[in-house]
Each structure stands twice: as structure tokens, then as C-alpha cells.
Design a protein. Structure first.
Length: 135
């Protein structure tokens, strides 16, 4: 199983998915962490020149990121972790959360700070998904 976490420093899980510059991919076999890998992640920096549906923020009762431009960006961001089963973040929009589910990646909004701690909690089956933190 592979678990992706968005990060700014390689150790902690980013509080803001869109601003994190990379993913840390943790490979788990037989309930144990066997490797870590870093992959670049597209985000606000790469998308700054693209049209942004500011009017869509808050306009959709489902939350942030359900417009077609956002969905397209989400699909491109998911491409780098298409081989992962889970995505860990400490904050993300509701549209991204749904896009990851549609890509077959289980998103988890966690309050755990470190990647290692969150992965261990996931392996143990006690990592809470704080969907109330979606924006």
C-alpha cells in the first residue's frame, strides 16, 4: 500500500494542500513502513497563470473547488499519486476531496502533524478523517 502526504518540509503534513510543493509517498508492506519517496506536486505556483473561478468560491453549496477549472487542476494533481491508495492532508477544499475519491484515492484530513505519526495511525486503523475541516 502507498500513502501520500502533502508536505512543505518532508516531515510534517501541510495544513494547506494547494500550497504544499511536494508529496511524500510512504510504502507500507505487512503493516510496516518500508520506504519514503518524494514527488513534486502541482499547486498554486503552477496554476497561478490559469483562470481561477473566484466567483465559484462559496457560491457552490458543496464547498470550494467544484467548478470545472478546479476539477481539471485536481485531476492533474492526482496524476502524480495515481499509484497511491490514500492521501493525507491537514486541510483541503471539498472539491479536491471529492476529486481524489473519484480518482480512487482515499483522502484523509487529519489533525496529526507528522507524516510518520499519521501513517502509523492509519496502519493501526485509528486515523480520524476530519471532514468538518473541508472548506
Amino acid at each position: 500500500m502507498k500513502i501520500a502526504a502533502v508536505s512543505e518540509d518532508g516531515t510534517t503534513i501541510s495544513q494547506h494542500f494547494g500550497r504544499a510543493p511536494f508529496y511524500v509517498i510512504v510504502t507500507v508492506e505487512d503493516g510496516k513502513i518500508v520506504s519514503y519517496e518524494t514527488r513534486d506536486k502541482m499547486g498554486h505556483t503552477q496554476f497561478s497563470g490559469e483562470p481561477h473561478a473566484e466567483a465559484a468560491h462559496g457560491a457552490d453549496p458543496r464547498g470550494h473547488g467544484f467548478d470545472s477549472a478546479s476539477q481539471n487542476r485536481h485531476t492533474r494533481m492526482a496524476g502524480a499519486i495515481a499509484d497511491c491508495d490514500v492521501l493525507l492532508a491537514r486541510g483541503m477544499g471539498a472539491g479536491l476531496y471529492r476529486s481524489m475519491e473519484q480518482a480512487g484515492i482515499r483522502p484523509v484530513v487529519t489533525d496529526r502533524v507528522t507524516i510518520a505519526e499519521a501513517v502509523q495511525a492509519y496502519i493501526a486503523g485509528n486515523l480520524e478523517d476530519h471532514v468538518e475541516k473541508l472548506h
